[in-house]
Write a protein that binds this ligand. Sequence first.
Ligand SMILES: O=C(O)C1=C[C@@H](OP(=O)(O)O)[C@@H](O)[C@H](O)C1
Ligand SMILES: C=C(OP(=O)(O)O)C(=O)O
Length: 450
Amino acid sequence: MNYLSNKLKKIEIKVMKNEMSVTELHPANKGLKGTIKVPGDKSISHRAIMFGAIANGVTIVRNFLQGADCRSTIECFRKLGVKIEESIDEIRIYGTGFDGLIEPVDILDVGNSGTTTRLILGLLAGRPFHTVIIGDESIAKRPMHRVTQPLQEMGAIIQGRNQGNYTPLSIVGGQLKPIQYEMPVASAQVKSALLLAALQIDGETTIIEPVSTRDHTERMIKQFGGKIKLEQHTIKITGKQELHGAKIDVPGDISSAAFFMVAAALINNSEVVLENVGLNPTRIGIIEVLKEMGGDIHIEENCDQTYEPVGNITVKTSNLKGIEIGGDLIPRLIDELPIIALLATQAEGTTIIKNAEELKVKETNRIDTVVKELKTLGADIEATNDGMIIKGKVQLNGGHVHSHGDHRIGMMLGIASLISKDTVHLEGTDAINVSYPTFFEDLHQLLATK
Ligand SMILES: O=C(O)C1=C[C@@H](OP(=O)(O)O)[C@@H](O)[C@H](O)C1
Ligand SMILES: C=C(OP(=O)(O)O)C(=O)O
């Protein structure tokens, strides 16, 4: 049977009081072939809106990710008084500078986006007005102390549930003082929040990371004409700099490309080319893992790019072996761990994922949700305190699985259905809109190419 009978076939069923979408997914009956461009990078799209807003002059963003999370960022900045125009090809942000942002009359709704929540808190910490931030059910469970505590130390007044740890949060910013901050967790969101606060301070702020995390904010500061000192894990920045509007071409999101990289490696007779994907060294852990597992993967870097490296990734059907994944590599593939877990179910031997406690505080507890859902499909997978142990190679069955409202779990299960021997019913498919609204269309295209 053709995957999704050649069309997205949705069965609407009623679960308790809520309407839940259940998608019926069928095993792939042939390989994935062809070339696609995955949508723009989520981390860079968020930052492009934020830096466009705080710069002076117009910023033009191309290949912006039109996912729900980045839409939340746009709407938050509109409420802060920033004019943002959208056309099919580009987004234009009329930067107001920090001082042009205004006290919002309405609550800012960050939806499902942790990046929006944490980065906007850093930015608002230096603004002398009051803002209330809310999000969805998942956001309400995600820890915010990691940003609210250092921002309070800098001088911001922040209140919220559990002493400022959970949304709804209220913040009154103002004049901040520079600090030297040794980050207890490896988090690009914390680092970026502190950089956005530091950019508003007269004086030098120092941030020390335990290990390197994605550096899109640092690169963007330079792209907007700012200065930042980077030395190993230490970042120094002086505030009150003039930032100028810029032209941003958002590269394809490697975290979205990862789903098709894995699908191509796992399905017989596949060869997929993913064009114009971001290859920032702080994001390419998935490429390193695929290579180490014995994957047939080829990278062709485009040498013209200045601020963010991009290139094409080709993946063919591969014979894989289990490996150990941990340490400094974890932040460079943190969002790819659910799909890497699926990859590991099809590798000969044992794969151990460790040092990945951060998975517990994502959109869901991704150790629990990955283990639960892959077990339902018959995988040999166990949760550990800081990761998972997966034994392969195991033929997956069909079954009824759930995204738990987590986009990456939904997409991982969508790919799992292709290698399962029976039909998979995926509940909560809508969550995928958070980062990849055209996921099933792109999958369908790769399945339809001869
Ligand atoms: O800075 C960012 O854009 C992101 C950083 C990561 O989160 P942490 O900083 O919490 O690790 C990642 O999981 C998230 O999807 C996006
Ligand atoms: C963790 C993620 O995003 P955020 O923290 O922005 O919600 C993600 O996209 O996997």
